[in-house]
Structures are given as structure tokens and as C-alpha cells.
Ligand binder design. Structure first.
Ligand SMILES: NC(=O)c1ccc[n+]([C@@H]2O[C@H](COP(=O)([O-])OP(=O)(O)OC[C@H]3O[C@@H](n4cnc5c(N)ncnc54)[C@H](O)[C@@H]3O)[C@@H](O)[C@H]2O)c1
Length: 405
């Protein structure tokens, strides 16, 4: 019988295959818990496979099966699973319905292109299984609202994959700004994302606004979620300027030209007076994220950098300047490197921990469906503002979309 260990607060030793020679009876620090839950992955492309990897790494659940109409996604997911769990079978479902309603399964991870989310959610909720729905929850405000309404009466866990809030820099930012209140009253928030262009996807859905919701919905909902969370208020006004300056200007797929933007400046005003800005650039040879928050008692700046260079320098930095009154500090928040490497700087790993904590009834701060909705609202309003050149009042945009909040 494997003894339950208390000494280590992590799974590092139990995941380490170096200890596989040990009989079960001799495992203590490296004891392995049997997974309690089984999940199905719907859409086994890029993030679907990250969820498979991280589910097994987290250890309280396993992957039971996958559903994906693209044979290559299935083939690669099967290959991945056979290396992660060599002796475990993986069910490959023939239909969405079969994947959603397998009685063996406790939870569904919806990892398909954005425009498919609403129809898949409508089938998934019939199962009464726990749901992790990838961001953005929908491509339009109407669809996001409809999912929000569906989720209101849904008893099992319904979590949105807005996991950036678990990156080490944002965990610390949230702690300093909201819990410790190190900056006093927050007045301004400014977020920057500079990165390489959108990657290739199955059927290149992310090159077309009708499939993705547009760049500011598809990718930037992560940052609008952070902004909304840090502002602790509803957005009231959005103004944005953006264009397609460099990327995919010649790109066509099935005879259709790409219509997504690759740079933008977005300004958001919140009902409590906080003003925020977002600066996107998608033709930078790196990944760089930065947040600057100014309050009446201090300024916080945090950044995450991946520039592919060989020179060693900290990937994550955070500084808090508090003048003469209180101590300032400069730090490098990070997780163990094997967790950061597991995907999205470790954020997906913590998203899984909290997904299962939610299933077990523990209190977490995972993104709710309502928070997912508001992240789409800001992104869609910004896309609209770019098209019209006018600032967008959130109340108006909600009314135009038939949304009552
Ligand atoms: N949270 C994050 O940080 C993060 C990161 C990447 C992607 N995403 C989101 O995850 C979703 C998938 O993105 P991706 O990068 O994995 O795309 P992808 O193109 O790599 O994979 C999507 C997969 O879904 C499959 N698919 C398409 N329609 C389907 C359907 N009706 N039923 C089942 N499978 C279907 C495709 O064949 C493909 O294998 C998107 O919503 C995206 O925005 C989130």
C-alpha cells in the first residue's frame, strides 16, 4: 500500500520516471496517486494537446478520449498520449455527441476554433459534465451572451480558459495590486503584447475575423480579462485604432483574403474612473508582455520576455516603486522551470489545478463565464471602434447586440 506523503508540496518526484523501478510498496516521496477524474478533449490541435499533457502532469485526472475531425490532429494526439501514458488506451470518438456523452467521463475540454464553441457548448451542456471552454468563449457578443445565459443555470463546473491570470508575473501583480494594495488606489493600467504573427492553424481559422472574432477578440481577450480583473469594474467606453500593417497582407485561403489586424492601440475607460490602454504588435521577432499599473501610492511594472536569444537574462521581472514612504522592490517571479515549460509559462498547469479544485468544491479564482463574456465585450467593441473610427460606448454596443446586463 502506498503511503500518502506530506513532506513535499509538489508532484516533481512522483512524475520523475527515474523512480519507475521502485515497487509501489516502496514509494513514499515519489508515491503516485491514481487519477480520480477522466476528461475528454474536443479538438486535439495545439491547445488540445497542451491540455492532454498538462492533465497528465497535474495527475488528479487522465484523458479518456478525444474527438477531432482532422485525422492529423488525431494521429499526433495519439502519438503524444502513447508517450505520456504508454499503457493507457485512448478512445477516439466518431462524433461530438459520442465524446460529450460517454458515461465514463467526468469533464470535457473544448479546444476547437472559436466559431465552433457555441454549437459545441450547446451539445456539451446536455451531458451535465464539467466543462473547460477555451477562450475566447465566442466570436461575437451575442454568442458570448448566449453561452453566459446557458452557464448561469449550469450546476457542474463551467470554466473559461483565460489562464494568463496564473502566469507568475500576473499572480504577483494581482497580489500586489489587489490583495496587498501596494499601489494604493489604482488609477491607470497599461498592457502591452508584442509578439510574432499568428501561427498556422487547422484550416487557418485564425486568419479570418468571422472564425476567430478578430485579433482583439481571439488573442487579446486574455489581456482584456486581466484589465477587467485589475480594474474591478465594468468597462464603459472603448476607443481603438489598428491596422494590418505587415502580416498576412497577401494571405489567401480557399480564395478568401485574410482580414485580421496585426497592430492596435486600445483605450478602455472603466465605470470607477480607471483608465486602461492596450498596445498590440504582432510583427515583433519575440514574445514580450508588459503591464504597468499606477496607483496613488505607487507604480508596478511587470514583464515576461522570450526573445530566442542565447544570452541569459531573467524571463520575468516585476518592480514596485513606492517613493519615500514605503519600501520598493525588484523581483523575478517564476515557477519551477519544468512547470513554466509545460505551456503558457505554467499558466495552463495552474488552470488545471484549479479546474479540479473547482470540481472538488474548493474556492478558486478561475475565469467565470461572465468574466469570459466581458473579455469578449471589450475585444469586440475595440474591433468595432477600429472599423468605424469612433469610440464605442459599451451600453450602446450591448443594446445593439440585444444584451441586457
Ligand atoms: N488559452 C490559451 O492560451 C489558448 C492558446 C491557444 C489556443 N487557444 C484557443 O483554443 C482553441 C483552439 O486553438 P488551437 O490553437 O488549438 O487551434 P488548432 O487549429 O491548432 O486546433 C483546433 C483543433 O480543433 C479541431 N476542430 C475543428 N472543428 C472541430 C469540431 N467541430 N469538433 C472537434 N474538433 C474540431 C481541428 O481539426 C483542430 O485539430 C481556440 O479557441 C483558441 O483561441 C487558447
Amino acid at each position: 500500500m502506498v503511503q500518502k506523503r506530506k513532506e513535499l508540496q509538489n508532484q516533481y518526484l512522483s512524475r520523475n520516471s527515474k523512480f519507475d523501478y521502485l515497487p509501489d510498496t516502496d514509494r513514499y516521496l515519489s508515491s503516485v496517486n491514481q487519477p480520480k477524474y477522466k476528461f475528454n478533449v474536443i479538438g486535439s490541435g495545439n491547445i488540445g494537446q497542451e491540455h492532454m499533457r498538462v492533465t497528465l502532469m497535474e495527475g488528479r485526472a487522465t484523458i479518456h478520449g478525444i474527438y477531432d475531425p482532422n485525422p492529423n490532429s488525431v494521429k499526433q494526439a495519439k502519438k503524444l498520449f502513447s508517450t505520456l501514458a504508454p499503457n493507457s488506451p485512448l478512445v477516439v470518438y466518431e462524433s461530438l455527441e459520442a465524446a460529450c456523452h460517454d458515461p465514463e467521463v467526468d469533464g470535457l475540454m473544448i479546444c476547437t476554433p472559436n466559431y465552433t464553441h457555441i454549437e459545441i457548448v450547446k451539445e456539451a451542456v446536455k451531458s451535465s459534465k464539467h466543462i473547460l471552454l477555451e477562450k475566447p468563449m465566442a466570436t461575437t457578443i451575442q454568442d458570448a451572451y448566449e453561452i453566459n445565459q446557458i452557464a448561469k443555470n449550469y450546476k457542474p463546473v463551467f470554466q473559461i480558459g483565460l489562464q494568463y491570470r496564473y502566469k507568475a508575473i500576473y499572480i504577483e501583480t494581482i497580489h500586489e495590486a489587489l490583495e496587498r494594495k501596494a499601489l494604493g488606489d489604482i488609477k491607470t493600467i497599461s498592457i502591452m503584447e508584442h509578439r510574432i504573427p499568428f501561427l498556422d492553424k487547422v484550416k487557418q481559422w485564425n486568419k479570418f475575423s468571422k472564425y476567430s472574432g478578430g485579433t482583439l477578440v481571439e488573442k487579446c481577450c486574455h489581456y482584456f480579462d486581466l484589465m477587467n480583473l485589475l480594474a474591478q469594474a465594468k468597462p464603459v467606453q472603448v476607443y481603438a485604432s489598428g491596422s494590418t500593417a505587415v502580416n498576412f497582407t497577401e494571405f489567401e485561403y480557399n480564395g478568401e483574403k485574410s482580414d485580421i489586424i496585426d497592430n492596435a492601440f486600445v483605450i478602455v475607460t472603466y465605470e470607477n474612473g480607471i483608465r486602461a490602454s492596450f498596445n498590440l504588435n504582432m510583427f515583433s521577432p519575440m514574445f514580450y508582455e508588459e503591464i504597468v499599473i499606477c496607483g496613488n501610492k505607487g507604480r508596478l511594472k511587470a514583464s515576461e520576455n522570450e526573445d530566442f536569444l542565447s544570452s541569459e537574462r531573467p524571463r520575468n521581472q516585476l518592480e514596485i516603486m513606492r517613493g519615500e514612504g514605503k519600501p520598493s522592490k525588484v523581483s523575478n517571479p517564476c515557477y519551477p522551470s519544468y512547470i513554466e515549460r509545460s505551456g503558457h509559462s505554467g499558466a495552463t498547469y495552474y488552470e488545471h489545478i484549479y479546474f479540479i479544485d473547482n470540481i472538488e468544491g474548493k474556492q478558486t479564482n478561475t475565469a467565470t463565464v461572465e468574466e469570459g463574456f466581458w473579455s469578449v465585450v471589450v475585444g469586440a467593441a475595440a474591433e468595432q471602434s477600429i472599423k468605424t473610427g469612433q469610440s464605442v460606448t459599451i451600453n450602446d454596443v450591448l443594446k445593439e447586440n440585444g444584451v441586457l446586463v
